[in-house]
Design a protein around this ligand. Structure first.
Ligand code: NAD
Length: 434
């Protein structure tokens, strides 16, 4: 089976590589010449555990290649996936579909024989039908169907998520397209991964509804964490007790600095806009967004209070910048909302991140200093903020770290450490909801 993947970012590169691993012939296409050049040279442009080896293996075995020239490869494809970005449109929060529609326009003239065009990008309801219309207008002779196959992988665990998904959602209105997609995903039958075939609109909405629901769980526990702080409860215990109920489940009930990343912020916004466009209320998701923004603001206040009421002239060490561990993705990371206001008020920041520094440098104020040495972050600082729960921050030598600090204040926004042991090490320990 021949697959063309348009867009070779976090989703396109992982999906394309995994389809090749399933046995398909895959060409990943991108407009970014530098990215394609790096991939051709065996360099992986993103940090994703296990990806480098899997790409190398599939390239070596002749099933995976990279190009900028869509026109040269589209004609022979059975399936063309669109996996380009759908960021929030500046100013109004609608999903920006210009990259998706551009990809559809670009591929249309090159289609030969029956081809299924598959939206893998997260796109608002109605997009698949618009893509279909665009292709029909551009190439009235084309023999094609459009399908929706939203992606649920998590950065940091993308390969295992793709290879062992909870479910694969296929939105189709043509049995022929469904058959081809089921054929492509057939290797997953071995592990009995459920494949859910729905209509186009349902598939498109499943992705937004799923992300909005997960974001809701996070905002919910963050709101409860605030109540915990006021009443003297421990949010860990509360979340654990809630999560033991199988109807609730323990996942996504970790209090922290608020959700971030390349999906939840933009997808919750987009869902609200989709609802508005259709004259339907989405009060829960609107509140989720509000609570998340408030949580980030609350973290700034927490840090300020831990510094004695003002951050002016204070040195703050920061452990972790990416929105979660095991990725270099800085899109909408909480650090981007929390650190700039502190810097504006005169704080000086020295930060460490195992993979995110390169990205962070272009997104955080120029005043931020970076180090590759975790313990340098503690050197002469007035407080350390643990922002992202990378494993390397879980087993810190607390005695060594504390000795280097000017003030032993540890602000743990991910609740990684236990208060008793921090206090025993002489720290003033501030965390979330405990
Ligand atoms: P990304 O920004 O990492 O990658 C998008 C790529 O598409 C870029 O390399 C860009 O150069 C390329 N591109 C844009 N227009 C193109 C065109 N016309 N032809 C060829 N290439 C083009 O984005 P991503 O994080 O991979 O996300 C892609 C989509 O998948 C989004 O809709 C996102 O919401 C969704 N998604 C992302 C994740 C995630 O964890 N990142 C998970 C599930 C779904």
């Amino acid at each position: 089976m021949k697959v063309v993947m348009i867009g070779t970012g976090y989703v396109g590169l992982v999906s394309g590589t995994c389809f090749a691993e399933f046995g398909a012939d895959v060409v990943c296409v991108d407009v970014d010449e530098k990215k394609v050049e790096r991939l051709k040279n065996g360099e992986i442009p993103i940090y994703e555990p296990g990806l480098e080896d899997l790409v190398a293996k599939n390239v070596r075995e002749g099933r995976l290649s990279f190009t900028t020239k869509l026109g040269e490869v589209a004609g022979s494809a059975d399936l063309v996936f669109i996996a380009v970005g759908t960021p929030s449109r500046r100013g109004d929060g609608f999903a920006d579909l210009s990259y998706v529609y551009e990809a559809a326009r670009q591929v249309a003239p090159h289609l030969q024989g029956y081809t299924v065009i598959v939206d893998k990008s997260t796109v608002p309801v109605g997009t698949a039908r618009n893509v279909s219309r665009l292709i029909r207008e551009t190439n009235p002779q084309a023999d094609f169907d459009v399908a929706s196959n939203p992606e649920f992988l998590r950065e940091g665990a993308a390969i295992s998520d793709f290879m062992r998904p909870d479910r694969v959602v296929i939105g189709v209105d043509s049995p022929r397209a469904e058959k081809l997609l089921r054929e492509l995903y057939r290797p997953l039958n071995l592990i009995e991964a459920p494949i859910l075939a729905t209509g186009l609109e349902s598939a498109e909405l499943i992705k937004y509804a799923s992300n909005a629901f997960l974001a809701t769980k996070i905002s919910f526990i963050n709101e409860i964490s605030m109540l915990c702080e006021s009443v003297g409860a421990d949010v860990h215990a509360v979340a654990k007790g809630m999560g033991m109920d199988k109807r609730i489940g323990s996942k996504f009930l970790h209090a922290g600095p608020g959700y971030g990343g390349s999906c939840f912020p933009k997808d919750t916004q987009a869902l609200v806009r989709i609802a508005q466009e259709h004259g339907v209320s989405s009060r829960i998701v609107e509140s989720v967004i509000e609570v998340n923004a408030a949580q980030k603001a609350r973290m700034i206040k927490k840090i300020r209070e831990a510094l004695g009421g003002s951050e002016a002239g204070k040195r703050i060490g920061v452990l972790g910048l990416t929105f979660k561990p095991e990725t270099d993705d800085m899109r909408d990371a909480p650090a981007l909302s929390i650190l700039p206001p502190l810097i504006e008020k005169g704080a000086r920041i020295l930060a460490h991140d195992p993979q995110g520094v390169h990205e962070a440098k272009s997104m955080l104020p120029a005043e931020v200093e970076y180090t590759e040495d975790i313990y340098r972050v503690f050197d002469g600082v007035d407080a350390v903020v643990l922002m992202t729960e990378w494993n390397v921050y879980r087993g810190l030598d607390l005695a060594r770290a504390g000795k280097a600090m000017r003030e032993k204040v540890f602000i743990d926004l991910r609740n990684v450490y236990e208060k008793e042991s921090m206090v025993a090490h002489g720290y003033r320990y501030v965390c979330v909801g405990r």
